[in-house]
Design a protein around this ligand. Sequence first.
Ligand SMILES: C[S@@+](CC[C@H](N)C(=O)[O-])C[C@H]1O[C@@H](n2cnc3c(N)ncnc32)[C@H](O)[C@@H]1O
Length: 266
Amino acid sequence: MKQFDEIGYWSEIKLEIISKYAAAYSGILARQPGLEHVYIDAFAGGGVHVARATGGYVLGSPLNALEVQPPFKEYFLIDIAPDKVEGLRARVGDRRDVHIMPGDCNLILLQEVFPRVRYEDYRRGLCLLDPYGLDLDWRVMATAGSMRSIEMFLNFPVLDMNRNVLWHVLEEVDPADRDRLNRFWGDDSWRRVMYSTAGNLFGWEEKSGDNETIARAFRERLRTVGGPSSREAGCGPNRRSGKSSFSSRGSSNSLGAIRSRHDPKT
Ligand SMILES: C[S@@+](CC[C@H](N)C(=O)[O-])C[C@H]1O[C@@H](n2cnc3c(N)ncnc32)[C@H](O)[C@@H]1O
């Protein structure tokens, strides 16, 4: 198993955007009397990467979050890969405010983390969802969207979608891969978004949408289905990484936030 993941420059940009967003978020929340705010990294990784361009080390999202000032009250760092968890533990050291949680974030978030960030307990959380592929369950996003206490960054895994599911002829796709997209999307309505029978005389279902189409449809879905309190801040595909991600308002870059609606000040 490789000790470090190699990352492209787009991932370095992503990391920089998240760091800046986390610092702004923490600064604003720290000024709200009576509120505690936490950082959640559901696909945390090992904490350090190697830059493909330079060969140098680059801090990953969880270690960047630990450097944010003012600090978060607690940090929940989850990863399913034992070697990543081990690396993270070694790099973070023994800290009472940091919870390193090995396992599947789809279970851990719903069962252990979100219940500790309840609106009515005056807790708020910034939750980073940065999967490599279709590893995320819609129920996590829908729950976060309905809680009013969670602000969520999602790196939209369009590369995995295109490579394994959104083929020209859907019938040729492995049903297991289709199921992975169903799980991420929450149902199979992506099919109506991305496929049409209008392009041929025989009524065959053919791909008609592109990256923009699927990203726009997901954004709309989060707004309308992902809990009445969900709203998002914009999105755009990152053509170089093959990922699309939801971008913060005003940013021309590719990562950003989906936010639960709560008191404007918080
Ligand atoms: C893109 S990397 C995360 C990089 C990290 N956010 C950063 O920027 O430094 C994705 C990570 O998700 C982990 N992973 C994949 N499926 C997971 C799951 N179901 N639950 C938790 N972690 C998972 C992988 O082991 C991998 O370390």
